[in-house]
Design a protein around this ligand. Structure first.
Ligand code: NAD
Ligand code: MG
Length: 395
């Protein structure tokens, strides 16, 4: 039986809902007991209030200050404290708890992930953008507070489970698997008129809109390459990507003696969430299980870097170092959201990232960064550069 005092940042999103679903199932089965400290969300105040009532959270926070009155009235009589805004979010994230799920999307999750990292306990990190922006500073902060960072991204959860942290020198190479997204096998010219609806229709994973667009451009695998470099202290040239459309092998670790270890499972985020929730225990829940004979075969192919240049741009940013990953992330976020708003063509997402990285390099932005405030300053400046590129390309 595991006992956890839990905070879920971004509880109303895809990963947040999966986290609470897994908690509900394991608590009902008597495998775990949870006490919920804080739940946070964005504009979906009704769902946030329902979750906070169900879990008797101490506090529920919406990111939008203008929705506070609505949240208060939805929580009336429940005993759950209501709060709103960025400061309240960071305050809730820094409250005492054993386990914090960071599942806000984008750099918007950075301040709260940073606050949770400084508090100790487990930081279950789904919000890859905060690690890409802050890099080692975030990892060092978790360590300094006596906490533990456990990745939730399925690829990094896979590597985390098979990585020999005691003898990391035996590891030769990390291999991240990629589903290839909805446009795998298409040529560049086929992607000119892609709509947001087509881009978010992921063949294997059901996820939030922004990460779905990232999966379609392969920017997601770029962010994950950077994430893996920081988490497992590996240089870019020892992290490879292989496309694996079935999304069964979640990633692999190759050792210098030729032995490669992989982690497998059906594509369901509740399994990596369960790993993070119970580590080093294993949490029993009615997980979908693998039936390899029914699957018959698993396939692999090299990524098409010409059609999907965002992956190469992320690798270049990782090699450039400094604040380049932060700039990559900011530009990609601005471009992906502009595409979702129908202001930018699909093929121009990577163009915005490339031009922003160039402008940031010549503008001397890459030497800045560092801790949370430094990363947010770079993020803000990179967004400003990216918006001017979006405006020009969408005119
Ligand atoms: P989502 O869009 O479904 O949910 C995002 C959550 O963040 C929601 O609760 C939303 O209210 C909140 N949010 C959005 N903007 C905010 C802001 N400005 N301030 C505060 N809160 C805000 O996203 P998701 O798919 O759950 O992804 C969350 C994170 O997990 C992302 O970083 C993503 O890359 C990562 N991730 C997701 C999956 C997946 O299967 N969905 C898999 C691996 C990693
Ligand atoms: Mg992933």
């Amino acid at each position: 039986m595991i006992r956890r005092k839990v905070t879920v940042l971004g509880s109303t999103g895809s990963v947040g809902v999966s986290t609470l679903d897994l908690m509900a199932q394991t608590q009902a089965a008597g495998a775990a007991v949870y006490e919920v400290e804080a739940l946070t969300g964005g504009a979906n105040v009704a769902l946030l209030a329902e979750q906070a009532r169900r879990w008797k959270a101490k506090v529920a926070v919406t990111a939008h200050e203008d929705r506070l009155a609505e949240l208060r009235s939805a929580l009336a009589g429940s005993g759950v404290e209501a709060a709103a805004g960025e400061g309240a979010l960071a305050e809730a994230a820094g409250r005492s708890s054993d386990w914090t799920m960071a599942a806000i999307v984008g750099a918007a999750g950075l301040r709260s992930a940073w606050a949770a990292a400084g508090r100790g306990g487990v930081l279950a990190l789904a919000n890859k953008e905060s690690l890409v922006c802050c890099g080692r500073a975030l990892i060092d902060r978790v360590r300094a507070a006596g906490g533990r960072l456990i990745p939730v991204d399925s690829e990094h959860s896979a590597i985390f489970q098979v990585f020999d942290a005691v003898r990391p020198e035996g590891v030769e190479r990390l291999v991240l698997t990629a589903s290839g997204g909805p446009f795998r096998g298409r040529r560049r010219e086929d992607l000119a008129g892609i709509t947001p609806e087509q881009a978010v229709a992921h063949p294997k994973w059901s996820m939030g809109a922004k990460i779905s667009v990232d999966s379609a451009t392969l920017a997601n695998k770029g962010l994950e390459t950077i994430e893996a470099a920081y988490l497992f202290d590996m240089p870019a040239d020892r992290i490879d990507v292989v496309v694996h459309p079935e999304s069964i092998v979640h990633s692999l670790v190759e050792h210098r003696d030729g032995s490669t270890l992989a982690q497998l499972g059906p594509p369901d985020m509740r399994t990596p969430i369960a790993v993070a929730l119970a580590w080093p225990e294993r949490l029993p829940w009615p997980a979908p299980k693998l039936d390899l004979a029914a699957l018959g075969r698993l396939t692999f192919e090299a990524p098409d870097l010409e059609t999907f240049p965002a992956l190469g741009l992320a690798r270049d940013a990782l090699k450039a170092g400094g604040a380049a990953p932060t700039v990559f992330n900011a530009a990609n976020e601005v471009a992906a959201l502009a595409f979702l708003d129908r202001r930018l063509a699909f093929l121009n997402i990577a163009a915005v990232v490339a031009e922003t990285l160039e402008a940031a390099t010549t503008g001397g932005l890459l030497t800045a960064g560092g801790d949370c405030d430094g990363a947010l300053a770079v993020d803000g400046e990179a967004r400003r550069l990216a918006r001017t590129v979006v405006d020009r390309l969408s005119a």
